[in-house]
Design a protein around this ligand. Structure first.
Ligand code: FDM
Length: 233
């Protein structure tokens, strides 16, 4: 019987969706269940590339939109072999954001159209945004914490960082929804954005413990059972 590997689970979500709290609760649950695990956070602001990203997000520096997109991707590639190694060793990897955030945020950047100044057009084409992450270890499951912008506002508004503006967040939510459809198991595997990834929408507007329970219910058989197939790329 072939050896099993651990699953790779990604938590994606909008700002104010409770993503950080819920990621911590999921990790606590894995600990209580005695399941070896490692929590990663993207961007990982501790590396040299991560420090450039941090400075950009805090508006302490300016970078071309293409450059920052590639840095976010490079920041994942820095950890790609570590992720594969951990999974092979039986350590469940949870990532707070991953390539889906990379696509959603960059593809949501717009500028006004030269021919029709009243309308906006994307600054970076969707396919271009997707390309640098092709070949990274792909998650077995994405838990997308979804919240309506109006409800996010009631939770106390957005913070100070570059993308924390309501119009941007609304566009990001639309791209995430599109990514969810492209990843959906209803499509033939050959047409999916991430062929082995299960995309689960979690209603993040619910009360904290209910959200945590729904997330656990979705991943528990995966983390308890492990997987025999190789990591998806
Ligand atoms: N973000 C995050 C991106 O624009 N691209 C990426 O690849 C990733 C991983 O960085 F606004 C954005 C999303 C968010 C910001 O994220 C920092 P945290 O979770 O607030 O640290």
């Amino acid at each position: 019987m072939g050896s099993k590997r651990a699953p790779f689970i990604v938590i994606e979500g909008l700002d104010r969706s409770g993503k950080t709290t819920q990621t911590a609760l999921l990790q606590g649950r894995l600990e209580r269940e005695g399941i070896p695990n490692k929590l990663l956070k993207f961007p990982d602001r501790t590396t040299t590339i991560g420090q450039m990203i941090d400075s950009y997000l805090k508006s302490a520096s300016e970078l071309d939109d293409h450059v920052i997109h590639l840095l976010f991707s490079a920041n994942r590639w820095e950890l790609a072999s570590t992720i594969e190694k951990l999974l092979a060793e039986g350590v469940t990897v949870i990532a707070d954001r991953y390539a889906f955030s990379g696509i959603a945020f960059s593809a949501s950047k717009v500028e006004s159209s030269a021919s029709d100044p009243g309308t906006t057009i994307p600054k970076l084409p969707f396919e271009w945004c997707r390309a640098p992450d092709i070949g990274l270890p792909a998650p077995d499951e994405v838990l997308f914490l979804d919240i309506a912008p109006e409800q996010a506002r009631l939770r106390g508004g957005y913070g100070e960082e570059r993308y924390e503006k309501e119009e941007m967040q609304a566009r990001v939510r639309q791209v995430f929804q599109h990514l969810g459809e492209e990843t959906s198991s209803e499509k033939p595997q050959s047409e999916r954005l991430a062929p082995g990834t299960k995309w689960t929408v979690i209603d993040a507007g619910k009360e904290r413990d209910a959200v945590a329970e729904n997330m656990w219910a979705s991943v528990q058989s995966l983390v308890r059972g492990g997987l025999t197939q190789p990591v998806w790329k």
